[in-house]
Design a protein around this ligand. Sequence first.
Ligand SMILES: [Cu+2]
Length: 305
Amino acid sequence: MNVNRLTAIDDSAGRSRGRTFRRALAACGGLLAAGSAGAGSWTTINMPRGVTALSRDIYALHMEVLWICVAIAVAVFGTMIVAMIRFRHSRGAVPDTTMLHSTKAEIIWTIIPVVILVVMAVPATKSLLKIEDTRGSGLTIRVTGYQWKWQYQYQGDAAGIGFFSTLSASSNFARQLHSGIDPKTVPNYLLSVDHPLVIPSGVKVRLLLTSADVIHAWWVPDFGMKRSAIPGFINEMWIKVLPGKEGVYRGQCAALCGRDHGFMPIVVDVKTQADFKEWVAQQKAALKQASVGRAGGALTAQALN
Ligand SMILES: [Cu+2]
């Protein structure tokens, strides 16, 4: 084998490596393009902004941290990609074996991450403190998880109002084996209940969460909050739906709580304060009527005896 032939082999190997590299780059580009075309819109990929004071705070924090991570990723991967392309072996790059230790470099790459962490920790701590601060609430509701339903018991001015919230009959029929019902035809399949939780907008609503059997978790994504409901414990969380954001919001139990874990959804009907007052008055009137009916029934039974 002569020297010319060796050079020829080297050249062809270099060209083939170049082609492989370009093909790999093209494949990566193709994958990225396919990924972005196939993915849903930004709002379905990202977490929801939500409708409460806390959810907006959490969303802002999430976006801030996301963009910091994006900047770090661009800087780190960008440097790596440039280094791999410019200083690749096929271009004759020789490894630098002289830089074994640099105190200056170590100080820089320790201080920069610490500064980044502090920049992220300040707003995160503020949000955490806000999340835990349940003082000054205008309404308190006790929420109890059961296998597999939720119980809501209003306290304070709305005391006495309470009910169980279970999967709606339409979803329950459709979910049965061989029901013959196409779930796609059921509105809000597995996300609808018989009695939704009713709360007012613009009021700090405190939820006291517990459970009567196993660990459940109360979670409505649009409220930005999720809390565990644990037997023997009372966990707190608060919601303040922004005025103008009245409507129906849906969520699910977020702790794997047994066979029918997927069949205990959460539905919250957020009303204006005036409508909520009216609803409370209606519920109390119905309660009064029921107690009068019960008392009447008891008297009739006594008379008959
Ligand atoms: Cu559950």
